[in-house]
Write a protein that binds this ligand. Sequence first.
Ligand SMILES: [Zn+2]
Length: 116
Amino acid sequence: MHGYLTLDERLDVLRAVDTERTWYSLDDKRVCTVCDRIFTGRQIDITATGAARFSLRCPTEDCPSDHRHWFFVHANPWQAFSLQELAPTYDGAGSLAVEHDGADEAKGAGIRGHRA
Ligand SMILES: [Zn+2]
């Protein structure tokens, strides 16, 4: 069943069939909610069901699930936010630094004011 698709074609099929969750590469992992197995795009069983039509099957033998039963795997929960939350995190650090500088300036001005 494998082998008649190139790796690029395989990724194209995953993206075309599984439109709910983006496939960035064949090394992307999914967890099957039916059999609890974790697998990558390379391991998924791709079956041609017609001209340019494919169905995706869990690589576990006899598991009836398809891509609708597969969810993203995040080994580290912080990784789940890293892509989307990166910019807000940097903004937060930036405003914190500005606040800190402002406090220093106020302190310096206060000392100068006391001496004058
Ligand atoms: Zn499964």
